[in-house]
Design a protein around this ligand. Structure first.
Ligand code: ADP
Ligand code: MG
Length: 551
């Protein structure tokens, strides 16, 4: 039997760990299942390269609750540890065996998916347990080891009689953490953090209904069989090659991610990059509905298939946080503060990569099926317009596919619109004037009048569009937007456009005076003009400056 003192410089690190290591106690399970996964992946790698001559088999990880003993067990069939290795890896706090492994097997293990980083994960067990045991048997031909520690820096290490390869971690759950002895709580945690981890994770069993045989009698009852309850999908869609996936696979995965979402996504973007940083993922454009809960179903961030957070602020540009899906990167520094994230170079690159990919995808959708793109426009425009406003790089790219619908439902790109109106929608200073309506019903007569003059009238009614107009006015040369009921429109009448009024001059003056009496002069300008349209006997215009003043 060996006893010793855990190798840290403070007297008792455990109260510190409990308080400060992680703000969220529940992550202990994520850490222990990650270690079990690493142990399994390491063994897989060792057998692949011939350093371990054992049968890898089909290993699973089991999580078990023993309510009577008040213990939680995490059992793996990975590479295990010898007593010497327990001394080395467990007793040295903040020494990461995962990092050492990656160092040793550098190139060949680059894509092995090993999760560990900091050499602190194991000790998170002491956030919820007042005693922890490790019973472990290495794949090497050496006796099994049994390590026990009750939360003081003293530990014991003795031989054990475990014969099958792998490690069992036993947590004696503390009085204040008994929630972690409840099945539903453990299920909840496994679903949250471990749902897409690469090694199958068993938690209890379940009854599975067997299909009835072909010749079954009508009243035959289907048989059931008890099977392992595997809580995860070890091969989620984002870890596969885009060429191996069909549209239906992406939709299926969307439902897996958001089981409560019944609306299908509009389209997806598969992210896949390995230089200068590693990142995979799938983003979805959801159908924007009024009752959608942006707070609830958000983009999820993973590290090597381990859930980290669904707060991707700082990693994904803000305008894309309305999307859904998954981002997985071993290169995003975890467990660090948000302000650090925002300053981190890798994170900045990731953010601009994602922006570019989204823009490229939108462009290719636009180019390959314009009709479909136009149909989706109303659902995706919020994201695109917001992106154009907030990210200059995106603005430049979006110019090619951002659409401007007319009141009649024609969709123009900026360039198409420009070419269409440049000949007869300029003002006296030769400035291009883009007419728009914000409300088809309220501005109906103005719209009709403008159309009668051969002008194009856009329908711009999204909440952020007035900001976008200002942005366009400053970034495009010599253009301005004018609402169709503004005075601007008068300046557009073509020079040779002379019309004969149906009213005599005298009648006109009378009418004008009458109107001025009833129309508030600080809001509207009364000016009689001869109209093309018979349907509109006269109009009252509100100059653009007056309108903007009001807003
Ligand atoms: P990290 O995972 O960052 O390396 P941890 O504190 O989580 O740090 O674990 C420390 C080390 O203990 C691991 O790197 C590994 O060598 C060893 N270890 C922990 N759990 C297991 C396990 N289930 N099987 C084998 N080795 C383990
Ligand atoms: Mg770990």
């Amino acid at each position: 039997m060996a006893t010793g003192t855990i190798n840290v410089s403070v007297d008792n690190i455990f109260p510190l760990i409990k308080k400060f290591l992680y703000s969220d106690h529940e992550i202990f399970l994520r850490e222990l299942v990650s270690n079990a996964t690493d142990a399994t992946l390491k063994l897989k790698h060792l057998t692949n390269v011939g350093d371990a001559k054992v049968d890898y088999g089909n290993p699973i990880i089991e999580v078990k609750v023993d309510k009577d003993a008040k213990t939680l067990h995490i059992i793996d069939q990975g590479l295990g540890m010898t007593a010497e290795e327990v001394e080395k890896y467990i007793n040295q706090v903040a020494f990461s065996g995962a990092e050492e492994f990656l160092d040793k097997y550098k190139d060949s293990a680059k894509d092995s998916g090993i999760i560990g980083h900091f050499g602190l994960g194991f000790y998170s067990a002491f956030m919820v347990a007042d005693k922890v045991e490790i019973i472990t048997k290495s794949y090497k031909d050496e006796p099994a080891a049994h390590w026990t520690c009750d939360g003081s820096p003293e530990f014991t290490l003795v031989d054990a009689d475990k014969t099958d390869r792998g490690t069992e971690i036993i947590l004696h759950i503390a009085e204040d953490s008994t929630e972690f002895l409840e099945d539903h709580r453990i299920t909840e945690l496994l679903n949250k953090y471990n749902k897409f981890m690469p090694i199958p994770i068993k938690f209890g069993t379940k009854e599975e209904t067997l299909p009835l045989p072909e010749d079954a009698k009508e009243d035959a009852k289907p048989e059931t069989k008890t099977v392992d309850n595997i809580i995860n999908n070890p091969n989620p869609a984002w870890t596969k090659q885009p060429t191996d996936l069909e549209d239906k696979d992406y939709k299926e995965f969307y439902r897996e991610l958001y089981p409560m979402q019944f609306e299908e996504p509009l389209f997806n973007i598969h992210l896949n990059v390995d230089y200068p940083f590693n990142l995979t993922g799938i983003l979805y454009f959801p159908k924007m509905t009024n009752d959608m809960n942006i707070q609830k179903d958000r983009i999820q961030l993973y590290q090597n298939q381990v859930f980290v957070t669904d707060n991707v602020e700082g990693i994904v540009p803000e305008f894309l946080t309305m999307l859904r899906g998954v981002i997985d990167s071993p290169d995003i520094p975890l467990n660090v503060s948000r302000s650090y994230l925002q300053a981190d170079g890798a994170v900045k690159k990731i953010s601009s990569y994602i922006t570019r990919k989204v823009a490229d995808k939108l462009k290719s959708l636009f180019n390959s099926n314009r009709e479909d793109f136009e149909k989706k426009w109303d659902d995706i425009k919020i994201v695109i317009e917001y992106g154009m406003l907030s990210e200059d790089k995106f603005f430049e790219k979006a110019d090619a596919f951002a659409l401007y619908p007319t009141v009649d439902g024609t969709y123009y790109t900026y360039e198409e619109l420009y070419n269409k109106i440049k000949a007869n929608q300029t003002d006296k200073d030769d400035k291009l004037v883009i007419l728009y309506a914000s409300n088809k019903d309220e501005q109906h007569s103005y719209i009709e009048a403008a159309k009668a003059k051969g002008y194009e009238v856009l329908l711009l009614d999204s909440p952020i569009v007035s900001h976008l107009m200002q942005k366009l006015e400053t970034s495009k040369e010599n253009i301005s937007f004018a609402r169709v009921d503004a005075d601007h429109i008068d300046n557009l009448i073509k020079k040779d456009d002379t019309k004969i009024s149906k009213l005599s001059d005298e009648e006109k003056t009378k009418l004008e005076e009458l109107l001025k009496e009833v129309v508030p002069s600080e809001k509207f300008m009364v000016q009689l003009e001869t109209m093309d349209s018979d349907a509109t006997p006269f109009m009252i215009t509100q100059p653009e400056f007056m309108r903007r003043m009001k807003e």
